[in-house]
Design a protein around this ligand. Structure first.
Ligand code: SF4
Ligand code: SF4
Length: 133
């Protein structure tokens, strides 16, 4: 139990520092989730992202595709009754995953061949500009 508390505290400081948002203020009302336009593609709902952070469920959170699906549309932040900007928290989670990987966060070998054939070239070029040295 103490280990779980320590993990939750560490995650809290890290995400709070990166996002400027305090996810412990979330009361799980679900208004953010009700307004999110891309929840059908998410494996964790926006309010569940907050719940994972509150519970210190780091592995579940970092393994989720939700932070990558988030379109940073800011609807959740506009609807939140506690003024939590969830899009900044999603950004902080993505940064937590990407930064330890160094300057090159995406290498061509990591993209499945079938996806390479489907993605527009502009998306690929833009992705490599953003995620490689
Ligand atoms: S910012 Fe992300 S989580 Fe929030 S409503 Fe938009 S897509 Fe959903
Ligand atoms: S709207 Fe705000 S308080 Fe309600 S669940 Fe979403 S983040 Fe939490």
């Amino acid at each position: 139990m103490q280990n779980q508390d320590n993990a939750a505290n560490k995650l809290h400081s890290e995400i709070k520092e990166r996002s400027g948002q305090d996810f412990y203020n979330c009361i799980q009302c679900g208004k953010c989730t009700a307004g999110c336009p891309v929840i059908s593609a998410m494996d964790l709902l926006p309010r569940e992202v907050l719940l994972c952070l509150q519970m210190g469920e780091e592995e579940r959170l970092l393994g989720s595709k939700t932070p990558w699906i988030c379109a940073s549309c800011f609807t959740c932040g506009a609807r939140c009754i506690k003024d939590i900007d969830l899009s900044r928290i999603m950004e902080a989670i993505r940064a937590k995953i990407l930064r330890p990987r160094g300057a090159t966060c995406l290498s061509p070998g990591e993209i499945p061949k079938e996806l390479l054939e489907k993605l527009p070239q502009q998306a690929l070029v833009s992705g490599f500009r953003k995620l490689t040295r």
